[in-house]
Ligand binder design. Structure first.
Ligand SMILES: Cc1ncc(C[n+]2csc(CCOP(=O)(O)OP(=O)(O)O)c2C)c(N)n1
Ligand SMILES: [Mg+2]
Length: 339
């Protein structure tokens, strides 16, 4: 439970909130304690104590999920500005996918990150890790205030993720091409041990220029891993150009199908479609699944969208101000807070 979810549901009506919590967690005792709490602070204290070992609530409301993704994009702009370095295009483009995962798809416990039954999320394209950090903070893994330590000396939020630094981060990455092999190995082991969790891996499209990625694609297909889902950030850019100019990938769907994968194409900015695709993936029992998420790099900030020049560049002060304005006003559709 994080403050955002709390604020969304509490609305000053204690009993409604308690009923909602009871439904989410099927826990009458917890609801009783919430009804007895005398203040919002007391309610938060109850939740802090009691939700420690509970699974993350799955949010279904589309507007609420879009709102979270928008907050994550604003977090990203602030983080990258404060760090003075980092990757703007890929991170903004994947905010909807990470919102779908952390707030609906994954079975996980933000307050108990090493819970054995958790779904495993491997990030292969480690350079977009800020979007994972922002989603984790919003889901309640660590305080939002820690986000501004991105890339600082000694931080847990390294520019490329380190597994042993931050609980909840499943793999160290940055060198491209390794994540799928790691995820496939864990999926294989889980099947051998009869574990029920699912393994997810996220990779970039330019990342697929790496040969070892395709070894893992072959191997997972050969072993018909039913518990492995790969989500490809199909944003058509890489570090120095458009993918189809640098190293053409199409026809991508057919490539994975030829390697014995089930493939789903999805609009990477429709959170509901991403959730539906992940649910479809769970029902495919004899093949690994590749979800090709068609995204717009830089999504939500017009001067970053579709520009490969923003692959590895942070906004400066002026650009960050403009970006935050666009995000807060949904590109002018609503009036900004302070206008
Ligand atoms: C093995 C390896 N080679 C090169 C790099 C440098 N590099 C970092 S990101 C990147 C581009 C990857 O393209 P894509 O996965 O599409 O990322 P996007 O630009 O969409 O964020 C490259 C070449 C690296 N991190 N690892
Ligand atoms: Mg790309």
């Amino acid at each position: 439970m994080n403050a955002l979810v709390f604020r969304h549901h509490v609305n000053g009506k204690k009993n409604d909130f308690a009923n909602w919590v009871e439904g989410c967690f099927d826990d009458k005792n917890l609801a009783k304690k919430l009804r007895k709490a005398r203040s919002q602070k007391a309610m938060m204290d109850v939740l802090r104590k009691e939700l420690h070992t509970k699974q993350m609530v799955k949010i279904d409301d589309a507007n609420h999920l879009d709102e979270i993704a928008n907050f994550i994009r604003q977090d990203l702009i602030k983080m990258l500005l404060a760090a003075g370095s980092g990757h703007s295009a890929g991170t903004l483009g994947m905010a909807d996918v990470f919102t779908a995962l952390y707030f609906n798809v994954l079975n996980h416990r933000p307050r108990q990150p090493n819970w054995e039954g958790r779904d495993r999320l491997f990030l292969s394209n480690g350079h977009i890790t800020p979007v994972r950090y922002a989603a984790m903070a919003r889901a309640g893994y660590f305080p939002l205030s820690e986000l501004k330590t991105l890339r600082q000396f000694g931080t847990r939020l390294q520019g490329h993720p380190e597994r042993e630094k931050l609980p909840g981060v499943e793999n160290t990455s940055g060198p491209l091409g390794s994540g799928l092999a790691q995820a496939a190995g864990v999926a294989y082991g889980a099947r051998m041990d009869g574990k029920r969790f699912n393994v997810y891996c996220i990779c970039g499209d330019g990342e697929m220029d790496e040969g070892n990625h395709w070894e893992a694609v072959l191997w997972a297909g050969k072993n018909a891993l039913p518990n492995l889902t790969l989500i490809i950030d199909r944003n058509n850019i890489q570090i120095d150009g458009f993918t189809e100019d640098v190293m053409p990938l199409e026809p991508l769907r057919e490539k994975y199908e030829a390697f014995r994968w089930h493939v789903i194409d999805v609009d990477g900015h429709s959170i509901q479609s991403i959730i539906d695709a992940c649910n479809e993936a769970l029902s495919v029992r004899e093949q690994p699944v590749a979800i090709i998420a068609h995204t717009i790099p830089g999504k939500g900030v017009d001067f970053i969208e579709n520009k490969f020049e923003w692959h590895g560049k942070p906004p400066n002060k002026e650009e960050a101000k403009k970006a935050l304005h666009q995000l807060r006003t949904l590109a002018g559709k609503i009036q900004g807070e302070h206008e």
